[in-house]
Design a protein around this ligand. Structure first.
Ligand code: UT7
Length: 350
């Protein structure tokens, strides 16, 4: 049996900086409110003339592939995590395969929102451990800026999110090196699926929605997927009960870290670097406090990029590594929580 190790890592964020002051042009909000409640100062928005979830993923992937010392043609499997795909279908995995002119390899899309990258990493890890693949590209990428409600109605959601992408290349490593992904831990609780969700377009047939689409029962067959009523009611934008998500996140994120440590006979004192999903700086601080971690054991960058959902963990991981905060032999812990609810953790010996 072998482990998988991160052989290359990269990230990409768009050049366009959107500050809290810029958001004030569209909605009733303030820099003070956003910084106090979320820690966010600014975020990046994709260039309107061509940057997409896939193209940002491609840029991050190119760096990860180069750092792994291989070429796109050496990749034998793609796992692409996003909640903001270029198309409803097909997924971004095949678009990336095409853009990087890869071989006719498998391409899998993961739809697990904020925990998507850790889920994707876990899937890739299993394929490496069984010996099925040797060079797996794992990508988390999001273009939120095209799908947010920028009116005051949507301000609790739209001020949080930003665009960007991160990627890693996983390769096998011998157990004797001690290096690599030690374990991954995946969880879900669908009882609160509608608490953080984008309902339309979708095939839910108006079931379960806290605010059902008004005239759905009278809709013509061709209007059930996307109708004027759905747009009028802003159901094509994400909905979130922020405080409910917050309360669950501050319990489940530390829990999954403890679970990962216990599975490997380790304690919080052994962690060199925790990369928490960048949902809200206050959530990350709660997690740090609960786990009694020092500031130098946690890396946050939400101040600059906002919440980039499936991209947040690989961007923060890469940034911490580039800054020299993660060195060979270090114990790195990833933890994420989000819509679904789904949450996940991973422990890596770097
Ligand atoms: O990434 C995965 C999942 N997402 C999360 O983990 C997000 C978790 N939740 C949160 O981060 C926080 O709940 C938010 C940042 C979304 C909101 O912060 P909060 O402290 O929970 O505020 P709240 O939703 O309870 O709203 C408090 C007040 C409300 O006004 P009233 O009713 O007290 O008059 C909101 O209307 O703040 C108002 N508000 C805003 N005011 C200015 C909500 N959004 C804004 C805004 N600017 N952008």
């Amino acid at each position: 049996m072998q482990r998988s190790k991160i052989a290359g890592i990269g990230y990409y964020v768009p050049k366009n900086i959107f500050t809290n002051e810029d958001l004030k042009k569209y909605m009733d909000t303030s820099d003070e409110w956003i910084q106090e409640r979320t820690g966010i100062k600014e975020r990046r928005y994709a260039d309107r003339s061509g940057e997409t979830t896939t193209t940002m993923g491609v840029e991050a992937a190119k760096i990860a592939i180069e750092r792994a010392g291989i070429t796109p043609q050496d990749i034998d499997f793609i796992v692409f995590a996003t909640l903001s795909p270029d198309y409803f279908f097909p997924g971004c995995g095949v678009l990336l395969q095409r853009a990087l002119q890869m071989k006719e390899i498998g391409a899998l899309d993961v739809r697990n929102q904020c925990s998507g990258f850790v889920y994707a990493l876990s899937v890739a890890d299993q394929f490496i451990k069984t010996g099925m693949y040797k060079n797996i590209l794992v990508v988390g990428s999001e273009k939120h800026s095209f799908g947010l409600d920028f009116s005051t109605r949507g301000r609790n959601v739209s001020v949080i999110f930003g665009d960007g992408a991160g990627a890693v290349v996983l390769q096998p490593t011998d157990l004797s090196t001690g290096q690599g992904i030690l374990s991954t831990h995946l969880h879900s609780d669908g009882s609160s699926a509608e608490i953080l969700a984008m309902y339309n377009p979708g095939t839910h047939a108006n079931h379960w929605l806290p605010q059902p689409v008004a005239n759905f029962d009278d809709a013509e067959i061709g209007e059930m997927f996307m109708s004027h009523a759905m747009i009028d009611e802003a159901q094509n934008f994400p909905n979130m009960d922020g405080p409910a998500v917050f309360k669950k996140a501050i319990v489940k994120m530390p829990e999954v870290v403890e679970e990962a440590l216990a599975a490997n006979g380790l304690t919080t004192a052994d962690i060199n670097m925790l990369i928490p999903h960048q949902a809200n700086l206050r959530i990350a601080q709660f997690v740090q406090h609960k786990l009694k971690l020092r500031d130098d054991q946690v890396h946050n960058n939400i101040q600059k990029y906002g919440n980039t959902t499936a991209a947040s963990v690989p961007i923060a991981l890469c940034e911490a590594w580039e800054a020299g905060k993660i060195k060979k032999g270090d114990l790195v812990c990833l933890a994420a929580f989000g819509s679904g609810f789904t949450w996940a953790g991973a422990l890596i010996r770097w």
